[in-house]
Design a protein around this ligand. Structure first.
Ligand SMILES: *Cc1c(COP(=O)(O)O)cnc(C)c1O
Length: 363
């Protein structure tokens, strides 16, 4: 009954929700700490909360389906035109649209070996074939060699999830001219706000990259720095022709009335984003020192999470499991073939609790 492609797909397993851990391990829900999905530890900004409270009686209304005000705000932030922008239910939905507008059965999609898990799922849904580079950390020389396989879509996730590293803009700009103009390059910039703050060399501006390279789409999200993961709002920025085709895949009202209002308010509150980012890297330093003191390997992170690597077989999974029993949720990266855990930078107290429980788990 079902399409053959579906056999290749294993449904994505999201980070464990707090309620489930509380139920399974008998920990009070209020004591559970979730550092597993790279959510903003502050939640949404006060301004966003106030806005949502004020419009909670509007849920019977469909949103303005042109997303006029949100696109104008994004355009303004990035010095672009609204015609260059498409809004998705998370940037995830933009990847989904991309797969469906580009891929014919059997077409190749190039991505990194260790990469955001959803790319391969959308590729398979649309009948495409995923080709993975072999190196764990993005190596664009290797990507360049793989261009010979004629990939129709190329994913460049920078900063990368789940490893946390970021590519230099120069490196990417050296690679892009080598790509066939008929292939689409997706720059997944879900954590760009963090990387741009930490190191200007990692900063990619959507206007600059899409003007220089018309076959690039830049994707961003409100789920991370803006603290709106639960509202599901993301965007794609590209030249008008690409955006026009992507719109053919979009159902009306693909984000909600509340999500739309929240995102508009959030993008206007850059002070909150700055607070989020400075807090993030101050706490990140504590994690780095913690890891160094214990000789735990980590990669320098340009995101709101840090990934710890282990030597003893299965150690990461054992630690993740012990933490879970104590109500601390982190991401075990076993499904990526890694003996590693990914920890989202939380509030000061949450991070301190992680470090305490981690030491106990390793004893
Ligand atoms: C979180 C994340 C996204 C965006 O998720 P949405 O909530 O769907 O906007 C995209 N790419 C990566 C690498 C991410 O980590």
């Amino acid at each position: 009954m079902f399409r053959a492609e579906l056999e290749k797909i294993v449904s994505y397993e999201a980070g464990k929700p707090i309620e489930l851990v509380a139920r399974d391990y008998g920990v009070a829900a209020s004591d559970v700490v979730k550092l597993a999905s790279n959510e903003n530890p502050f939640g949404a900004s006060e301004k966003v909360r106030a806005k949502l409270a004020a419009i909670v009686n509007q849920t019977h209304r469909y949103p303005d389906d042109s997303y006029f005000a949100l696109k104008a705000a994004i355009a303004n932030k990035y010095n672009m035109n609204s015609k260059n922008i498409i809004i998705g239910s998370g940037s995830d939905q933009i990847f989904e649209f991309i797969s469906h507008v580009i891929l014919e059965r059997g077409d190749i999609v190039l991505q990194n070996k260790i990469d955001f898990a959803m790319y391969a799922i959308y590729t398979a849904q649309a009948g495409g074939e995923t080709l993975r580079a072999e190196s764990e950390i993005h190596d664009l020389n290797e990507f360049e060699k793989l261009l010979a396989k004629d990939p129709k879509i190329i994913y460049l996730c920078t900063p990368a999830n789940p490893l946390g590293n970021a590519m230099d803009r120069d490196e990417i700009y050296k690679f892009l001219p080598k790509v066939n103009q008929n292939s689409l390059v997706v720059i997944d910039a879900a954590y760009m706000e963090f990387a741009a703050y930490k190191d200007a060399k990692k900063h990619i501006e959507p206007r600059d990259v899409t003007e220089k390279f018309p076959n690039v789409i830049y994707t961003g999200t409100f789920s991370k720095a803006y603290g709106l993961g639960g509202m599901r709002v993301g965007y794609g920025i590209a030249n008008e022709k690409i955006i026009k085709e992507l719109h053919k895949m979009r159902a009306p009202f693909n984000i909600t009335t509340l999500s739309l209002a929240a995102a508009i308010e959030a993008i206007g509150d850059q002070e909150f984003v700055q607070k989020t980012i400075t807090h993030n890297f101050a706490e990140m330093e504590k994690y780095e020192k913690f890891a160094r003191d214990r000789k735990i390997k980590y990669i320098e992170s340009y995101t709101n999470f840090i990934t710890f690597f282990f030597d003893r077989q299965n150690e990461a999974s054992e630690i993740a499991q012990k933490l879970l029993k104590n109500g601390m949720i982190v991401r075990d990266l076993k499904s990526y073939g890694l003996n590693a855990i990914r920890v989202t930078i939380g509030l000061e107290a949450e991070n301190a609790k992680f470090m305490k429980l981690f030491d106990e788990a390793r004893r």
